[in-house]
Design a protein around this ligand. Structure first.
Ligand SMILES: [Fe+2]
Ligand SMILES: [Fe+2]
Length: 400
């Protein structure tokens, strides 16, 4: 990874002095700078390019969210992290419009550096800086208006049902991703990382979820035009099918409960990059889509040729920025080419790759977007027999 430049902003000189001291041995070849106010931070950024900025929430004159709002506008390519002392939902909402991640103020400098380097690992998968900037600007993903209306209707019911609301959220790729970004931020101070919308809704209660879901700018209902058969609804339905099968595969392989749960989430989110392409990179995506159709090419290859980046890397980059678990981000990044991830054990990447490939085998009328099941991977993990059993079961369920 390239050596990164990181700017820390805190109004308390003692905090900065301690950071300076503790950061001396962190980040291989990284350089750190420090500013005592939002104003000084902006001056520093005018002079020098920073890859990431880490700001305190509570500062006089210009607080953390205000500063990050300016940074987002003026320096969109910079990764924005806010440190919080657990300020509750309101501050969380205000901040996460502008921050990519919120970490507790007590986080050690080593862990802050780790969070930053995680976001850059995925970013380095593609080089085009204008993509980095555009992705870094994305605050929310499109939710189809009917889904949004369904959510509002359930909240307005006499007795809204937690299960139904969690069901609506977990059936939508964009809602799931944004909800988990917010809930896993330090503002909610939840003890463990949440990967399931039902768990999130149960833990936080309906009132809190309602505030989150309906607050302006958090979930954006906007209609995006389809690209052939690809619509937000198709992406969500495909995500659920892949997520459920990936979880089932993880269970059959007797993987840890954590990998089983993460497989469901990673499957749900694996094509989130397509949602980004539909909403934010439409023209480039159209070029790739048309070429794939005309030249009988795989869509993922056409994307890389036309845009220099596939939906998998694009999605992984945003989910990394939003602080999703590493293994989920890896599964998204390499779901079409698992061997490129390097050292492979039985992980979410393997379960999602297999599930995606097997689900594609059931779509008789569509041309595959990726290259299908990686036979070398299956052989190296000794999974040939298992896959055949899973495939037969899947066909049985579909035929039933
Ligand atoms: Fe894909
Ligand atoms: Fe897929």
């Amino acid at each position: 990874m390239s050596s990164l430049k990181v700017l820390f902003v805190d109004d308390e000189p003692e905090v900065l002095a301690r950071l300076k001291d503790e950061l001396q041995n962190q980040g291989d070849g990284w350089s750190f700078a420090f500013a005592e106010s939002g104003r000084k931070a902006l001056v520093a950024m005018d002079i020098k390019n920073f890859d990431a900025i880490v700001v305190d929430t509570d500062m006089p004159n210009m607080d953390g969210p205000k500063l990050l709002k300016k940074v987002q506008r003026r320096f969109p390519g910079t990764v924005r992290i806010i440190l919080s002392t657990g300020m509750g939902a309101e501050m969380g909402l205000k901040s996460l419009g502008f921050a990519h991640q919120a970490l507790p103020k007590s986080t050690s400098p080593a862990n802050i550096c780790m969070a930053i380097s995680r976001t850059f690992r995925m970013r380095d998968l593609f080089l085009d800086k204008s993509f980095h900037r555009q992705i870094s600007r994305i605050r929310s993903l499109p939710t189809p208006p009917p889904t949004y209306r369904e959510l509002v209707k359930e909240f307005q019911a006499q007795e809204p049902s937690i299960k139904k609301i969690a069901g609506i959220i977990s059936h939508d790729t964009g809602l799931t991703a944004k909800m988990l970004q917010i809930l896993n931020s330090a503002f909610f101070g939840l003890p463990t990382r949440i990967t399931s919308p039902l768990h999130a809704v149960t833990l936080l209660g309906l009132d809190m979820i309602q505030t989150l879901a309906l607050a302006s700018g958090v979930f954006r209902q906007f209609e995006v035009q389809r690209m052939g058969y690809i619509t937000p609804e198709w992406i969500s339905d495909h995500g659920i099918a892949v997520g459920k099968l990936a979880k089932q595969i993880a269970e059959e392989l007797e993987l840890s409960p954590e990998i089983c749960e993460n497989s469901l989430l990673a499957g749900m989110l694996h094509d989130v990059g397509k949602l980004m392409e539909l909403a934010f990179f439409r023209d480039q995506f159209k070029g790739a889509f048309d070429t794939a159709r005309r030249d009988d090419q795989l869509l993922v290859d056409a994307e890389r040729e036309q845009m220099g980046v596939g939906h998998s890397e694009m999605g992984a980059h945003l989910m990394g920025l939003w602080g999703m678990p590493n293994s989920v981000v890896e599964a998204i990044a390499f779901h079409h080419c698992p061997l490129q991830a390097g050292d492979l054990g039985l992980s979410e990447l393997v379960t999602v790759h297999i599930a995606d490939a097997l689900i594609w085998e059931t779509y008789d009328d569509l041309k595959p977007q990726g290259g299908g099941l990686d036979k070398m991977l299956i052989k190296s993990l000794n999974l040939e027999d298992k896959i055949q059993t899973i495939r037969e079961k899947l066909v049985e369920t579909i035929e039933r």
